[in-house]
Ligand binder design. Structure first.
Ligand code: SF4
Ligand code: SF4
Length: 357
């Protein structure tokens, strides 16, 4: 018999769920959801599992990731049970279940712990700088090495083991009979969804859905390109005009788009921006600060002002360290990774089910 978690409803509220107990199971949400299909029916099924505390079934399900949070279900729910927010809170919950360190669970449920982690990073960065061990130039070199070590370390220590856990929970535990060919064929889906998120375009009710998709699309491209320019092309150390211009462009894209995301959340002008968990705020604000502070540092470098206003680099490296050590491995950034892999695993499961070769 499936294990029932009697405290599940309470727990989910900490992850951002609102009023889902008001659901009377009418099915309107599933009927209006443009992404729900006969094979992958949601969100009603997820609401039932949540109300009855079937947390292990939820852990094994990929359905919360198949929802792209367009908000139609919330708009049309006659009980105002906010099914779209429930789906979003389930994704946060799943992130904390996949995470072997347990830190995602603590951070998602506890704003104070989240703030303390951010403060500890500030103390560490400022402490290293004030220790006097490094000159300003060598401190910038250290910052550059930190970027490379953080990317490699976070990937190997956190992201990879967590992806393996996700695979174990959602494919392996269900004894899905997939072979290597299924994994290979489905790879195309992984990269398509990761870089285009084209499934968002299938949501059909929100009038600004295409703008929303386009902003996300250029943000992902801008973010990955800035990462590449900064880490691998050494944007702050290069003399190449092409690389310098690329960095300006990508950082500008990031802070312009994220500024719009912040405005949308402040204005609450659509269902998907009405309810924000504190981790959503940290995500957009920190992404905005990363773009802006990177842009400012390079501008100061080009006008020979960085030596005098070195605090700009200190702010940038602090924001970057908070981003790389907290938001990426334990926060909203993981939606990007897990959703892409959920689409991949889902495709593998379907190929295995239909016996396609
Ligand atoms: S539309 Fe609302 S009340 Fe009906 S099943 Fe969905 S969440 Fe429940
Ligand atoms: S938020 Fe959109 S995609 Fe997600 S369940 Fe609701 S209608 Fe479907």
């Amino acid at each position: 018999m499936a294990k029932v978690d009697l405290t599940f409803g309470k727990k989910l509220k900490k992850y951002g769920a609102i009023d889902f107990n008001a659901c009377y199971n009418c099915g309107t949400c599933t009927a209006v959801c443009a992404l729900s299909t006969e094979m992958d029916s949601f969100p009603r099924e997820m609401i039932r599992l949540s109300v009855t505390g079937q947390s292990e079934d939820i852990k094994a399900s990929l359905k919360p990731w198949l929802c792209y949070y367009c908000g139609e279900c919330t708009t049309y729910c006659p009980q105002e049970a906010k099914p779209g927010e429930l789906m979003m809170s389930l994704r946060r919950y799943l992130i904390s279940r996949y995470d072997w360190t347990g830190l995602s669970s603590i951070f998602y449920q506890n704003l104070t712990a989240y703030i303390i982690a951010f403060l500890l990073v500030i103390i560490a960065v400022v402490g290293i700088f004030l220790s006097g061990t490094f000159s300003k130039e060598s401190f910038m070199h250290l910052g550059h090495y930190f970027e490379m070590i953080a990317i490699g370390g976070v990937f190997l220590i956190i992201l990879l083991p967590n992806l393996i856990r996700m695979w174990r929970f959602t494919l392996l535990s269900k004894n899905i009979n997939a072979n290597i060919k299924h994994y290979w064929i489905a790879l195309k889906d992984l990269f398509t969804h990761m870089f285009t998120q084209k499934r968002t375009l299938a949501c059909n009710d929100e009038k600004d859905n295409k703008v929303w998709w386009f902003e996300h699309f250029i943000l992902v491209i801008g973010y990955l390109s800035l990462l590449f320019t900064t880490v691998f092309l050494n944007w702050f150390g290069t003399k190449s005009l092409v690389v310098i211009s690329m960095g300006y462009l990508f950082s500008a894209i990031i802070f312009v788009v994220t500024f719009d995301f912040i405005l949308r959340r402040v204005k609450k002008d659509s269902t998907k921006t009405t309810f924000s968990h504190f981790t959503d705020w940290f995500f957009v604000i920190w992404l905005f600060l990363m773009g802006l502070s990177a842009f400012t540092v390079r501008l100061f470098l080009d006008f020979n002002l960085l030596e005098r206003y070195f605090w700009a680099y200190l702010i940038h490296i602090t924001v970057l360290a908070q981003w790389a050590l907290i938001i990426v491995p334990f926060g909203k950034w993981m939606h990007f990774l897990y959703r892409s892999f959920a689409m991949y695993f889902d495709k593998i499961a379907k190929l295995a089910k239909t016996g396609q070769h």
